[in-house]
Ligand binder design. Sequence first.
Ligand SMILES: Nc1ncnc2c1ncn2[C@@H]1O[C@H](COP(=O)(O)OP(=O)(O)OP(=O)(O)O)[C@@H](O)[C@H]1O
Ligand SMILES: Nc1ncnc2c1ncn2[C@@H]1O[C@H](COP(=O)(O)OP(=O)(O)OP(=O)(O)O)[C@@H](O)[C@H]1O
Ligand SMILES: [Mg+2]
Ligand SMILES: [Mg+2]
Lengths: 273, 273
Amino acid sequence: GARVIALMNQKGGVGKTTTAVNLGAAMARLGKRVLLIDMDPQGHLTLHMGLDPASLGHSVYDLLIDPAVSAGDIAQEVGERLVILPAETNLAGVESELAADAADGRAQRVLMDKCAPLLRGKDWFDSVLIDCPPSLGLLTLNALALADEVIVPMQAHFLALQGLSKLLETVQLVKQAINPALSVAGVILCMHEGQTILAKEVLDDLSAFLDSGRGTGQPWSDAVLYQPAVRRNIKLAECSSFGKSIFDYAPQCPGAQDYLAVARAVIAQHATS
Amino acid sequence: GARVIALMNQKGGVGKTTTAVNLGAAMARLGKRVLLIDMDPQGHLTLHMGLDPASLGHSVYDLLIDPAVSAGDIAQEVGERLVILPAETNLAGVESELAADAADGRAQRVLMDKCAPLLRGKDWFDSVLIDCPPSLGLLTLNALALADEVIVPMQAHFLALQGLSKLLETVQLVKQAINPALSVAGVILCMHEGQTILAKEVLDDLSAFLDSGRGTGQPWSDAVLYQPAVRRNIKLAECSSFGKSIFDYAPQCPGAQDYLAVARAVIAQHATS
Ligand SMILES: Nc1ncnc2c1ncn2[C@@H]1O[C@H](COP(=O)(O)OP(=O)(O)OP(=O)(O)O)[C@@H](O)[C@H]1O
Ligand SMILES: Nc1ncnc2c1ncn2[C@@H]1O[C@H](COP(=O)(O)OP(=O)(O)OP(=O)(O)O)[C@@H](O)[C@H]1O
Ligand SMILES: [Mg+2]
Ligand SMILES: [Mg+2]
């Protein structure tokens, strides 16, 4: 079946959406059939893939709230081997509308249940990438319930490093309560400025932390630091305004090279596990 | 009374916390008595001011949940003319714990009610800056209920511009339902890379949008684009790891100059309104 990956980090602006778009597009270029799921009420993944969140008809909100709406109803093709379940800003309402079902764990499983017909026993997709909002609320928990793995997009800054332990605590809780298969596959460094002292220091801290977890049996004990880091490159910020991935906008730029190399590393890791 | 400003933007990583710390510290250097309020469960404002969120005893969570805890109980001095109401990660629990009271508007007013003894009829503070999380949920709504004005930290990127209409819609709703005094004072450009085409294009869009609102009587019709923009400067990212403002870390760097100039502009705007 498909490999389901949640791109999560409660720290804002670290490259979650940019990674969903460009890692997804790179994997599609490398022959994988990719499903993207936008679980962020900002709808930035949807926007970045060239769709208009305001004119979708049905979207992930309907999938989660309306039993009659299936994943197939809202799926849209946005490129060769690239399909999306798009989001609108109304998705923000899900947190309160499902809150009543949160106590017994039903609210956290809605995405998992609704995506089963698209994924379980089917051979339509090789990889699923879920873009999460900058929080650890119900939308992110739904993504973790469905996911096999977590990849953490991260900026090598002090504040971004601080949230890692809370993030991993949340993964551990979901693994124990809802999804025993869940593990942390690795960290992708985004907007990387490798020449700065700050980046070197944060990188040292991060590597030491990941190494200390080896062999401890925790959900992140096999997590890797994907190589290469994705360098800061203004074309990665520009391509979102054209509704295109970096490969359709500037396929030769450093940003495209970096995401293609990271995609190869993510695919290779799976092949050997 | 004190001028209460909410620093809000649901887009993640645009400079909300960095602005709360350094605009606050600059205003204090210019003689203002400043209260900082951390309404983000990440606790980054608290961390950036050198406190350890894990060892606070009482924090904003207790202020919002426990009727016996007052704002004075949790206030801590973090510099000359600089006091903070600090946050811990448990603040994330407030969204669900107060959800039952959200329908009748009581859940949105808790911060306002609890801060009244510190602000109303007292002359302890000249300015209050509230750091908001990257969402439009209950914590941000509480900040808007207490605030007189909103300042929007923003990066001149496409995705960051997209959320502005939803942000302003939320301000309008709070103004109509809870806080008639609320208005948008302006936008501070953060991490600015003025030489890029993307920044110039976004800036043009933003200026045209603000100009089109002049004289329309909407909450943002008097909003300004504060000058200067705060330039991208790695020292602004470094100082957070030392628990210091830019003025205590690198007072001569461009980041310090920019935030001092922005603080003068924010203070001058108030003097003439
Ligand atoms: N490698 C890069 N180089 C330059 N700009 C980048 C890079 N990666 C992302 N960006 C830009 O930085 C900003 C933040 O990235 P993005 O929106 O993907 O982060 P996010 O984690 O999804 O944010 P949020 O928490 O709001 O969902 C965006 O404007 C994006 O275009
Ligand atoms: N002018 C600047 N130059 C360089 N780095 C900056 C600048 N302003 C902020 N940063 C860094 O960029 C990152 C994002 O800034 P910050 O955390 O203040 O944004 P935020 O809007 O508060 O994020 P969140 O949405 O997660 O609360 C931080 O690592 C910060 O240190
Ligand atoms: Mg995003
Ligand atoms: Mg912040």
